[in-house]
Every structure is written in structure tokens, then in C-alpha cells.
Design a protein around this ligand. Structure first.
Ligand SMILES: *[C@@H]1O[C@H](CO)[C@@H](O)[C@H](O)[C@H]1NC(C)=O
Ligand SMILES: *[C@@H]1O[C@H](CO)[C@@H](O)[C@H](O)[C@H]1NC(C)=O
Ligand SMILES: *[C@@H]1O[C@H](CO)[C@@H](O)[C@H](O)[C@H]1NC(C)=O
Length: 181
């Protein structure tokens, strides 16, 4: 019979499999998954991770001057310390996109090179209000283990040294259900 019910032993092993899947699931009760990483950013000097590449002619190119465009490649680490385990890098563009210079448009890929997510990426996009410490942007897509990712991410500066322009930015990613690894 094509539609016969599985024998009890099969039922048991099936529910065991289901239970194992539930136990191993990275999703929390809300069906969300949180990932936290740290961006190691240096604005100026020989080790700068950010470069100004364009701007409005005749004006300073700066984070607070409308029209300035930067390329960024920040190392991403597991912890706030720059010597903590590498995770990958945050590569993309920052554009001073508000006419008063208060906000940046962030278009960035988190390119993973760690063992867990090697080769996968997360695509981050949105407005970063520079005067606010909590800056929420969108997770619009992903590749590899993050294929079809959707969610949001918070950028928060947890350390800044104005002398060296070195800052550590916490990136807290929340992925919505069925969109993560
Ligand atoms: C740049 O990085 C090199 C290698 O890590 C380091 O020796 C040097 O002190 C750094 N320079 C500055 C200005 O931070
Ligand atoms: C990540 O993948 C690349 C290319 O396949 C490989 O060369 C590298 O060793 C991998 N890194 C880790 C940490 O597995
Ligand atoms: C920055 O430099 C000033 C003057 O040299 C110094 O007093 C201050 O402690 C330095 N700040 C940090 C965070 O190193």
C-alpha cells in the first residue's frame, strides 16, 4: 500500500531525528538568530582600513561632507580585541548621503573566512546616523550558508581612540527565521 503508515519503530526514529534537529537548531524561541562580531576600523594613517575615493569637487572629503565616498575593508574579529580570532572582513562603501553630513549610507558585505562560515557572506545596507551610538541597518541578503538572509544589524562603537583614529565597532546581527545557517 502506497499510503501505509510507517511501522512504530520507524515512527520512533523519525521523532528522534526531529528532536535532534530541534536540539541542534540555532534558532531561539522567536525564530531569530543572533550573531555578534567586531569591526576593527582605522580611519587615517598607514594602516587605514578606510580610503576616501571621491567627493564633491572643491570641498573636503570627509565623513561629514555631503557626497564623500569611502571604500572600507575592516578586519572582523570574534571579540573586541583586535588580536581575537579573525572572522572575516567588512568590505564595501560608505557614502555621506545626507545633505547636512549627519548620516552615511552603508553598503557592505561581511565576507567570512573563519572555519564556521568560510566562503559565505552577509549583505548589509542602510543609513548610519553618525551622531547616534546605536545605528541600525538592514541585512538584505546573503550567500553560502546565509543564502536568502534577512534581518537587521546594529552598529555600535565600543572603543574609539581619536589619537590613532582606531575604533572598534560591535556588529550585532539578528537574522529572521529561515534565513540563516
Ligand atoms: C601599522 O601596522 C604595523 C604592522 O602591524 C605596525 O607595526 C605599525 O605600528 C602600525 N602603524 C601605525 C601607525 O599604527
Ligand atoms: C576557506 O576556504 C578557502 C578556499 O576554499 C581555503 O583556502 C581556506 O583554507 C579556508 N579557510 C578555513 C579557515 O577553513
Ligand atoms: C591622546 O593624546 C593625548 C595627548 O598626547 C593624551 O593625553 C591622551 O591620553 C591620548 N589618548 C589616548 C586614548 O591614548
Amino acid at each position: 500500500m502506497a499510503l501505509s503508515f510507517p511501522k512504530p519503530s520507524k515512527l520512533i526514529s523519525f521523532s528522534l531525528l526531529l528532536l535532534m534537529a530541534l536540539v541542534q537548531s540555532p534558532w531561539d524561541v522567536n525564530g531569530e538568530q543572533d550573531l555578534v562580531f567586531f569591526l576593527q576600523d582605522v580611519t587615517k594613517g598607514p594602516n587605514a582600513t578606510v580610503a576616501a575615493v571621491a567627493g564633491v569637487k572643491g570641498k573636503d572629503w570627509s565623513y561629514t561632507t555631503f557626497g564623500s565616498i569611502y571604500v572600507v575593508d575592516d578586519p572582523v574579529t570574534e571579540g573586541p580585541n583586535k588580536n581575537s580570532a579573525p572572522v572575516g572582513s567588512a568590505q564595501g562603501l560608505l557614502v555621506t548621503s545626507s545633505s547636512d553630513g549627519s548620516s552615511l549610507n552603508v553598503i557592505m558585505s561581511i565576507v567570512f573566512t573563519n572555519l564556521q562560515y568560510n566562503g559565505s557572506t552577509l549583505q548589509i545596507q542602510g543609513v548610519s546616523r553618525q551622531n547616534e551610538n546605536y545605528r541600525e541597518v538592514s541585512v538584505v541578503a546573503g550567500t553560502g550558508r546565509f543564502r536568502s538572509a534577512r534581518g537587521f544589524a546594529a552598529l555600535e562603537t565600543v572603543y574609539y581612540d581619536p589619537n590613532t583614529t582606531y575604533s572598534v565597532i560591535r556588529l550585532s546581527v539578528t537574522l529572521l527565521s529561515s534565513s540563516g545557517p
